[in-house]
Design a protein around this ligand. Structure first.
Ligand code: MN3
Length: 245
């Protein structure tokens, strides 16, 4: 067993024994609130895409997809893994990190958000996609926004008018009601200690320039319009259904 593996198994044994006394994992912040509820043993890693980098052409170009996934997203993960080392965040799931992070941990906030947001983004886009949602999601969109077209208009406005880098979101609040919002940088609606509008993300759009500049330059609105051609509504419906439970 090499040193790294030994240390890893030691960490796992230690972590497992600590399951019995989770309080000991508590993080000594001012309000002592950061206590992980799940033990996670491995570093975060870059999720594989379920399609090729050129699969979304002509809407999203190959080079943007490749750099976005293999460089930008990979960098968030590398920085996140380094930043959480020897902190209670190391034992948390990605979702728990979003829930627990505060503005006192800017590196974990930015890179943890970066990993979560991009992981969701890759899931809700696909080749041969677009169109409109069906089922309960379609119903809920109609009930909340009036129609699918009105929903798109409102989402487009949030994405287009967001100043600088950030994300546009369709999310579900604690009363299971849909809402649209945007967040700066890599923040997201799961960051309950940071974000004003809290909810479960259902659909997201990256409006950082790195997401579109190679193909669309300054024309963010063209990129937003192209996005609707690659939305994987089947995946979004699944996320909505799981969040509705
Ligand atoms: Mn991005």
């Amino acid at each position: 067993m090499n040193k790294r593996n030994f240390l890893k198994s030691f960490a796992i044994i230690t972590a497992t024994s600590l399951l019995q006394i989770p309080k000991i994992m508590g993080f000594n912040t001012e309000n002592d609130e950061i206590i992980p509820t799940t033990i996670k043993d491995n570093d975060f890693s870059l999720p594989n895409l379920e399609y090729d980098y050129d699969a979304l052409v002509p809407h999203f170009d190959k080079m943007t997809m490749e750099i976005h996934h293999s460089k930008h997203h990979a960098a968030y993960i590398k920085n996140l893994n380094e930043a959480i080392k020897n902190t209670p965040f190391e034992k948390m799931t990605l979702e728990e990190i979003q829930n627990k992070v505060t503005n006192k941990f800017p590196i974990i906030r930015n890179n943890g958000g970066g990993h979560y947001n991009h992981s969701l983004f890759w899931k809700i886009i696909a080749p041969n996609a677009g169109g409109e949602p069906t089922g309960k999601l379609a119903e809920s969109i109609k009930n909340t926004f009036g129609s699918f077209e009105k929903f798109k208009e409102e989402f487009n406005k949030a994405a287009k008018n967001h100043f600088g880098s950030g994300w546009a979101w369709l999310a579900m609040d604690k009363n299971k009601k849909l809402f649209i919002t945007s967040t700066p940088n890599q923040d997201n609606p799961l960051m309950t200690k940071i974000n004003k509008q809290k909810g479960t993300p259902i659909l997201c759009l990256d409006v950082w320039e790195h997401a579109y500049y190679l193909k669309y330059q300054n024309k963010r609105i063209d990129f937003i319009n192209a996005f609707w051609n690659v939305v994987n509504w089947k995946a979004v419906e699944k996320i909505f259904d799981n969040s509705s439970k």
